[in-house]
Unconditional design. Structure first.
Length: 438
């Protein structure tokens, strides 16, 4: 697919704690980002410490402007002062609001290594505005000392990604994966997935409307609404990058039938915008779109002796289970109860290992087991959790699993949610370090 022209605003912490190898690595990461942009892309760089500065407004990334941006970042981005994240965000918003024209897609990078809990509601208000306007948000917590919960809350309000960068040299990996996520075809925005029970479809074989109901919809962090009659549900996503996918888990109540047979159970439709054009599938009332058909069998049917659940359903159940367990373990660890946190994670570990998905060598199940094992390592001691990045790791895991999205995967871990373009760009960024390009 063709590359979408991009407006990107990088809001970067240059407080005193960023001095040394952190700043050197951040500058190298910015040079990599600049190298991936083309002449139709536009970049602005904002720095913040105790106050905020727009280092340069949106510039088309011609060779001349690439050199200008790199030189400014190299010479003017110096570590000094305190940390005022809100000031940086306001300055970045000014850049976006002042545009006389816009590219086909927009995104914001927000990176800090510090702690600044002031103005959280104002920060959330700003990123919600970005979400409404279709701007993607990538939030980076750099090093063990940043406030991961605070940054995760900002990312979550925007339906953006939160990446924990645990070492100086991996900031280029995270920036690479994030810029790669935006470098495919145009992202979808304002996505609404609607699910309807078959009785609303006018089909002769539809089950009775007063008996087929949607009991629950599991879609993690995303907005879910279920109609009062329990026959229609809608899940909303602010955006999806090229190559991403979302899985939604339904729990339905079905009626008993007089005899065996096939029945249409539920149908789905989706509406979204791409490049400011509203699209819908199915595109007409005569198009059946996507539907679910089930076979109802007698209770004595041999297939009911050892029923086998579909692998995709099994994987999604494990994802929900693991995410719930990691959230609960974090709550316990936050109050200092590491014994309970470990017990919760051990139970989740055993559940994944004994699951049909793990037995089927499912990539998802293996990735979830990695998350649980990593969580167990993080609660091995209070120092590990509180002072050595354990809590930060929990926050990233909860964020990625709740939103089924990630733009950065740590070395040695299975990539579960990254899009192909994000994975490829991260790989290129990793290789660039060994080649000495940056």
């Amino acid at each position: 697919s063709s590359k979408t022209a991009l407006d990107i605003v990088c809001i970067l912490d240059n407080s005193g704690s960023m001095q040394g190898t952190k700043m050197d690595s951040l500058k190298a990461a910015m040079r990599f980002v600049v190298s991936t942009l083309g002449p139709n892309d536009r970049l602005s760089v904002v720095s913040f410490n105790s106050s905020a500065t727009c280092m340069h407004h949106l510039l088309r990334m011609t060779d001349e402007n690439k050199a200008k941006s790199n030189n400014l970042v190299s010479s003017a981005l110096q570590a000094a002062g305190g940390t005022n994240i809100y000031a940086g965000m306001v300055k970045g918003m000014e850049v976006l609001r002042s545009r006389l024209s816009t590219n086909q897609a927009s995104c914001v990078f927000l990176l800090t290594d510090g702690q600044d809990r002031d103005n959280l509601e104002r920060k959330i208000s700003l990123v919600k505005e970005l979400k409404r306007n279709g701007t993607a948000v990538f939030v980076f917590g750099f090093g063990v000392d940043h406030d991961a919960e605070h940054m995760m809350a900002i990312a979550g309000a925007a339906e953006g990604t939160f990446s924990y960068i645990d070492t100086d040299e991996t900031v280029i990996d995270a920036f690479g994966g994030s810029i790669g996520a935006m470098q495919g075809s145009a992202p979808l925005t304002e996505i609404a997935l609607t699910l309807r029970t078959a009785s609303l479809l006018g089909e002769k074989e539809a089950l009775p409307a007063d008996q087929v109901v949607i009991n629950s919809v599991e879609a993690g962090h995303y907005s879910i609404s279920i109609a009062p009659d329990l026959q229609t549900a809608t899940v909303r996503f602010a955006n999806m990058y090229c190559g991403e996918k979302r899985t939604v888990l339904l729990q339905l109540a079905l009626p008993a039938l007089a005899g065996p047979g096939h029945s249409h159970l539920i149908s789905s439709s989706v509406q979204f915008s791409v490049l400011n054009t509203v699209c819908q599938h199915p595109s007409s009332s005569t198009d059946s779109g996507c539907s679910c058909e089930i076979e109802r069998v007698p209770v004595e049917d041999e297939r009911l002796v050892n029923p086998v659940r579909a692998l995709l359903v099994e994987e999604e159940l494990r994802r929900v289970e693991v995410t719930t367990a990691i959230k609960a373990a974090k709550v316990a660890a936050d109050r200092g109860d590491l014994i309970t946190a470990r017990a919760i994670l051990v139970e989740s570990q055993e559940s994944v290992i004994s699951s049909p998905a793990y037995a089927a060598d499912s990539k998802t199940a293996k990735a979830l087991l990695q998350d649980v094992n990593e969580g167990l390592e993080c609660v091995r001691s209070h120092d590990m959790y509180d002072s050595m990045g354990g809590k930060n790791t929990f926050c990233q895991t909860i964020s990625s699993n709740s939103q089924q999205r990630s733009a950065y995967t740590k070395a040695g871990k299975i990539s579960m949610y990254q899009s192909p373009s994000s994975t490829m760009a991260q790989t290129t960024a990793v290789h660039s370090k060994s080649s000495g390009i940056w």
